[in-house]
Design a binder for this molecule. Structure first.
Ligand SMILES: [Zn+2]
Ligand SMILES: [Zn+2]
Length: 430
């Protein structure tokens, strides 16, 4: 049995319960489920099949004779091959070796920016947990020579954990800001080498290729990181005006966040993003800045209605010339709706400290499917311009076009584009 020791450190609190349940201690099923989700997106991005891992649609296999094992790659997807499915055991296991994750406070912080219902933040978990990944050095298949788990699994795990550390988020409620984590293997930061990438590609090449576009796919995703020109203590102090406290939490609890280098900030950024997707059909005013040039309405209530003098159509969704309904569906898909606040295609993290830098990240999935199809390019163009001229006090490491994975013919082969997220000119991507 081979073993890899992985340290998970939270940068913003982690939520491993389901979206509605409690998250008092780390749940392995939640962590593994999230690893699987990212691996599916990566595999699809590389042009291979990853099934929709719901019970009805998951790959199934029945191994009756030893010869059936040789054909397994034709019958189940690369994700089910490693993570397991009906009739096929997972090729690795994970357990928690030690855990010092804890809740930072009891009760809830409610973040209210204007008349909305507000966002409710229970603590989630912060700290470290050590995970043991174990696998047998089993035979995988025959390529030029015999391929075994030992030759590919360490590289695949590194790539997967690197993806989540650098760009993604882990667990549930990521759209609310939870789940920025940093993984280390054997106490070292993860670096992806050309050899790792080759091993991953060799593993994939055992399976048939397939294009899947209606499920999360790395090639339709973008990832942006923003450096923040402030310090965490000032940031938390500024945010306090939007906080109210419920069920046992006291204001002093919030000051402890400063030592942990993070603060609840996602709602403010989301609020600003929402503004650009509102346009003239939505009747809401900007919750943050009365002169916001992305919001059509200057004042809107029973007695006074005035369009915003500073409104710039090109900075809002109106630039796409959609109908009222299209515009609403698109906004709900991208930013969530009150009926489904936990789901949104765009995820905004809280601010966190990584290597002494204060930053936050935004990532999203913009597939060429309803209701956003045919508008994907326009949305990207809009986001690019917004991110290059942000309403937040930030430094931009790159424009969205550089951070994006999504590409069409002109941008070269998509698999190369994805590889660049991990390795740049043989160097690690920073
Ligand atoms: Zn599958
Ligand atoms: Zn605004």
């Amino acid at each position: 049995m081979k073993e890899m020791k992985v340290t998970l450190r939270t940068l913003t609190p982690l939520w491993t319960g389901d979206a509605w349940g409690k998250s008092d201690k780390p749940k392995l099923t939640g962590i593994i489920g999230s690893l699987r989700w990212w691996f599916e997106a990566l595999v699809r991005g590389m042009g291979y099949n990853a099934c929709n891992s719901t019970p009805d649609n998951k790959c199934k296999i029945e191994i009756k004779n030893p010869e059936d094992v040789v054909k397994v790659h034709k019958q189940i997807c690369p994700v089910c091959y490693l993570f397991g499915t009906t009739g096929w055991e997972n090729r690795f296991s994970v357990d928690i070796e030690s855990n010092d994750l804890k809740k930072l406070y009891d009760g809830k912080v409610i973040v209210k920016i204007n008349e909305d219902r507000g966002w409710h933040y229970e603590s989630g978990l912060t700290g470290n947990v050590i995970l043991n990944f174990r696998y047998e050095d089993m035979f995988i298949g025959k390529k030029d020579k015999d391929l075994t788990m030992d030759q590919v699994f360490p590289s695949i795990l590194k790539i997967l954990l690197y993806l989540i550390s650098e760009y993604g988020m882990l667990g549930a409620k990521t759209s609310m800001g939870y789940g920025v984590v940093k993984f280390q293997i054997d106490d070292k930061d993860i670096q992806i080498t050309e050899d790792d990438w080759k091993n991953f590609e060799t593993f994939l090449s055992m399976f048939p290729q397939k294009n899947i576009k209606n499920l999360p796919n790395l090639k339709d995703m973008f990832f942006i990181k923003f450096g923040v020109k402030s310090d965490v203590s000032q940031l938390v102090n500024n945010m306090k005006q939007f906080y109210t406290y419920q069920d046992g939490i006291v204001e002093g609890d919030v000051d402890k966040w400063k030592d942990n280098g993070w603060g609840i900030t996602s709602p403010v950024v989301r609020k600003c993003l929402r503004c650009i997707f509102r346009g003239k059909y939505s009747e809401k005013v900007c919750g943050i800045n009365r002169n916001c040039d992305r919001n059509y309405w200057w004042v809107k209530n029973q007695s006074i209605e005035k369009p915003n003098r500073n409104y710039t159509q090109s900075k809002s969704i109106d630039f796409l010339n959609l109908s009222k309904n299209e515009s609403k569906n698109l906004r709900h898909f991208l930013m969530g709706s009150t009926s489904e606040p936990e789901y949104s295609a765009i995820q905004v993290s809280h601010m966190y400290t990584d290597d002494d830098n204060l930053e936050f990240r935004i990532w999203g999935w913009l597939p060429d499917i309803r209701p956003i199809n045919s508008n994907v390019r326009g949305i990207l163009q809009l986001l690019s311009s917004v991110f290059n001229e942000t309403p937040w006090n930030v430094n931009l490491p790159s424009s969205i076009q550089d951070g994006i994975c999504w590409a069409s013919g002109s941008l070269g082969k998509i698999e190369d584009k994805i590889k660049q997220l991990f390795i740049v000119d043989g160097e690690n991507h920073v």
